[in-house]
Ligand binder design. Structure first.
Ligand code: ADP
Ligand code: ZN
Ligand code: ZN
Length: 868
């Protein structure tokens, strides 16, 4: 027992240790005392608080000893007693400020419970990667070794010992790189047990740290001649001093301190000049933290909000009253693309910020286009943080710290921005709430929409879910009154001024807009574009084997002749969906996943889109030896080629994952198209999102069937959403526009409803289907997925768990829970692993799994987005 036990009052901290996904079985698991939580044990442990950390608070990031390790943990709560006698001491703080606020701590517990994920994972999902430190083991040998000690060792142990003696102290990972024997860890343990080598932990600094930069200011102004005997140098140094003096006059708020990088750029001064001036104390220099800002250099032109349209006005009255009264209502704002939803988000954010509160705006990652960022940045240039996967860890870290400090109060970001450390949250917006990218695909497999709704309960914030095609979940919640539904039925063509401008730029404007009755309104309305569904079976019968139907060809002819733009939408990247032998029908498949490989003509090879394996195209069929290997199906590259063959003078851009992998590539491609430097854009579903392209008058969907035919519970819903969204790209200007959907299933309800722009029709059909089959949102589902390299083991593991669960359900007499499966997943083999799944369905399916410890290899997904 350590000495400070006597001096210290009995104060304990309950710490959730970052032990990764490994749940420490050797340690006792203790419940955290919290009225709102049920008895589920949390993976948190009691530690004693040392005297020098008397100010410790929940949310603090600390270092603690844990078994033989030294780990970081987050203080979940404080306690005046410990349920176990033996407790260890917290070592020190890793960050002086709490890393999570009380709301986030509660939210982490909810996520852990609801999504059946370890608490640590829920917590670490909220902390920006790179900001936490790591401890690493270092090894040193005993100073004096006797010859008998060495003689008793095996050759392998001797080699390890020699390495440690030669290089020690050496880190464990470095030793691993140097050591030849594969069993070096085991050998190391043996010589450690004999006391020949000792280990200690050292903290490696976080990967990301505050960025420090030189700031300088003038102290004295010497006569010019004294600056150098060489004229050139004299001029430079003099320019440095001059620039600094002007800076001090123009920017008194900086007290004359200027960022050296800026100064060097403006004055032409060199590092050598800086040192020379510093040595003579002509200037002074300090290091200061600067924020890495992803928006730096992007000039935001603040724009004044337009007058609202009458529809927007009605909705705004409702929302603004709610924000004012702190009603914390959850809204479902339904409106087609271009109906003015974003303008309402901007208003709501403005009101929330004006009241000193903060706001989170979530958009799907892919919709975080420069256009979206510019729009929010223009309205709130000083207080906006932007979070997406393209940021450097440094940018992410700095914005996170500025939010925590209360300096930035608006975040616009993808899924994980829901965990931003904002104070006094007043508003959460989820735009395109139906998007599947809101679901995290690794543990904790949370859905940002459900987290947002939970957060609303915790802090009393207003929530707005926006979509043209709400998820069945949200529409059903609105039907039952859990969400308040607001609708924007009409599409705004744009601002009166912009429209006028546009009209003057376009060669032959076809006026299709309906001005508002009220004279002073800024907006003009436009109709939704007509949608034409082409039955591809008729094309074949008519002898047309091109990938473009006759209707699409005519429309392309007209669009290109008129100098307008078209978007062609393909549901797959690559040139062919699959490669098949025409003689024996063999389809070339990935040897690890079993899925058809996709041919890429640019590289002339085959790619597995699941595991990214590349293989050359075989010249002969591996099964029958035939040379007649053909490419089937469609991809972006193939469409691009056929287009170029048919319209040699058309300028085509391809927008897909392959073409936009580089940072900034999205922006460039889009800019080219917007500037009118291309006539046709060929793309995957990415083209469906977030773009405002007034010159586009034709949208063609090459094949609507690829998505529709997937055996997934949401296949219909996704097809409808996608078609509606793609269709929304056309005719957003006075030029009007049309949509052509090519399909082999023109009578499918999702396609019929999408072509009529009729969400209600789709919803009533689809909800009836879900009701009939007791699918979500009428029931809830938990997907249990097992993966194993061995096919038979995968199957029997699935059978075993199924038996166990069915017995349990019967024994407990759980009402309204059933099991679907076990069955191989649609993607039966992925990355060399076989996948089997069981679906637990019910009104409260978690009941069936309560206290069940799943064997290793199983993954739990609550509310799965896809069953493939
Ligand atoms: P959504 O978010 O539903 O797609 P937006 O808010 O982006 O719709 O609006 C579509 C277009 O109409 C945008 O160009 C926007 O600037 C413009 N707009 C929206 N509201 C108004 C308004 N009240 N007056 C003028 N233009 C508007
Ligand atoms: Zn063959
Ligand atoms: Zn593969």
């Amino acid at each position: 027992m350590e000495q400070d036990d006597l001096a210290q009052p009995d104060r304990y901290a309950i710490v959730a240790v970052n032990a990764g996904a490994v749940r420490p079985r050797h340690a006792r698991e203790l419940p955290v005392d919290d009225d709102e939580q049920e008895e589920r044990p949390l993976e948190a442990f009691h530690y004693r608080i040392p005297e020098n950390l008397a100010g410790l608070q929940p949310g603090h990031l600390v270092w603690v000893p844990f078994g033989p390790q030294y780990l970081q943990g987050v203080v979940m709560a404080l306690d005046d007693r410990s349920p176990v006698a033996e407790t260890r001491l917290i070592d020190r703080l890793a960050d002086p400020e709490p890393i999570l606020n009380p709301t986030q701590l509660k939210l982490a517990r909810w996520i852990s419970t609801y999504y059946m994920a370890p608490l640590q994972q829920a917590i670490w999902a909220m902390i920006p990667p790179g900001s936490t430190e790591q401890a690493e083991a270092f090894l040193e040998s005993k100073t004096a070794l006797t010859s008998t000690e060495i003689e008793g060792l095996t050759p392998g142990q001797r080699e390890i010992l020699a390495l440690v003696r030669e290089h020690g102290p050496i880190s464990l990972s470095q030793l691993g790189r140097l050591a030849r024997p594969r069993t070096w860890r085991e050998m190391l343990r043996q010589i450690e047990d004999q006391g020949l080598v000792v280990r200690h932990m050292e903290i490696t600094p976080p990967r990301v740290r505050p960025l420090m930069k030189d700031f300088v200011r003038v102290c004295t102004v010497p006569p010019d001649e004294s600056l150098s005997s060489r004229a050139e140098t004299r001029r430079r140094r003099s320019a440095v001093i001059e620039t600094l003096r002007n800076w001090a006059l123009e920017r008194p708020d900086t007290r004359g301190w200027m960022l050296w990088d800026t100064l060097a750029r403006e004055s032409g001064g060199t590092r050598g000049d800086l040192n020379w001036l510093l040595e003579r104390e002509i200037i002074a220099c300090v290091k200061r933290q600067v924020w890495r800002d992803p928006l730096e250099g992007k000039a935001f032109v603040p724009v004044t909000p337009p007058h609202l349209t009458p529809d927007q006005e009605t909705i705004w009255d409702t929302i603004s009253a709610d924000l004012g009264a702190g009603g914390a209502t959850a809204y479902l704002l339904q409106g087609v693309t271009g109906s003015g939803k974003t303008e309402l988000y901007l208003r709501a954010v403005q009101q929330v910020l004006a009241r000193g509160k903060s706001a989170i705006v979530l958009v799907p990652e892919i919709a975080l286009t420069p256009q979206t960022i510019r729009r929010f940045g223009a309205r709130f240039p000083d207080t906006i943080a932007v979070m997406h996967s393209g940021l450097t860890p440094g940018e992410r870290y700095d914005q996170w710290r500025r939010m925590r400090a209360g300096e930035l109060r608006l975040v616009v970001g993808a899924r994980s921005a829901i965990f931003s450390p904002l104070r006094d949250l007043g508003l959460i917006v989820l735009d395109e709430e139906h998007e599947w990218t809101y679901k995290q695909d690794r543990s904790p497999m949370y859905h940002a929409r459900d987290v947002a709704l939970q957060l609303r309960q915790l802090v009393g914030a207003t929530v707005i879910l926006g979509s043209a095609t709400p998820s069945l979940e949200s529409a059903y919640a609105a039907e039952r009154g859990e969400l308040v539904k607001l609708s924007l039925p009409k599409r705004i063509m744009g601002h009166r001024r912009a429209v006028k401008e546009q009209g003057s730029r376009l060669t032959h404007p076809v006026a299709k807009y309906r001005p508002l009755s009220s004279e002073d309104a800024d907006a003009l309305y436009t109709d939704l574009p007509p949608v034409h569904v082409v039955d591809l079976r008729d094309e074949l019968r008519a002898g047309n084997t091109s990938i473009f139907s006759r209707a699409l060809q005519e429309a392309l002819d007209r669009t290109l002749a008129a100098g307008e733009q078209a978007i062609l939408f393909v549901n797959r990247r690559g040139s062919a969906s699959f490669v098949m032998c025409r003689d024996c029908g063999h389809v070339l498949a990935c040897s690890r996943c079993g899925l058809p490989l996709t041919y890429h003509s640019a590289e002339e090879d085959l790619l597995c889109h699941r595991c990214n394996v590349r293989e050359p195209v075989p010249e002969i069929c591996p099964v029958c030896g035939s040379r007649r290997i053909r490419y089937f199906g469609l991809g972006t590259q193939r469409v691009e080629q056929e287009l170029s063959a048919r319209y040699p003078r058309a300028r085509v851009v391809r927008w897909d994952y392959d073409a936009t992998r580089q940072r900034g590539a999205h922006e460039q491609l889009l800019d080219r198209f917007v500037r009118g430097e291309a006539d046709v854009m060929v793309g995957t579903q990415m083209v469906a999102k977030g773009l405002d392209l007034p010159r586009v008058t034709l949208v063609g969907v090459i094949s609507a069937d690829t998505l529709l035919n997937l055996p997934d519970l949401r296949a219909s819903e996704r097809t409808f959403q996608l078609l509606t969204q793609v269709a929304g790209r056309a005719g957003r200007s006075m030029l009007g526009g049309q949509v052509i959907i090519q399909t082999y299933a023109p009578e499918h309800p999702a396609i019929v409803a999408a072509s009529a722009h009729d969400y209600e029709q789709f919803y009533s059909h689809e909800i009836a289907f879900r009701r009939e089959h007791w699918y979500p949102p009428l029931s809830r589902m938990i997907r249990l997925l097992y993966t194993d390299a061995d096919a038979r083991r995968a199957e029997s593991a699935a059978e075993e768990l199924h038996t166990l669960l069915s017995e349990r359900i019967a024994r407990l007499g759980l009402p309204e829970v059933d099991l679907i499966g076990p069955a191989p997943a649609f993607y039966e083999r992925l990355r060399g692993e076989w996948r089997w799944q069981i679906l637990v369905r019910g009104t409260a399916p978690a009941e069936a799994l309560r206290d069940v410890l799943l064997p290793p290899g199983w993954r739990v997904e609550v509310d799965p987005e896809s069953l493939l």
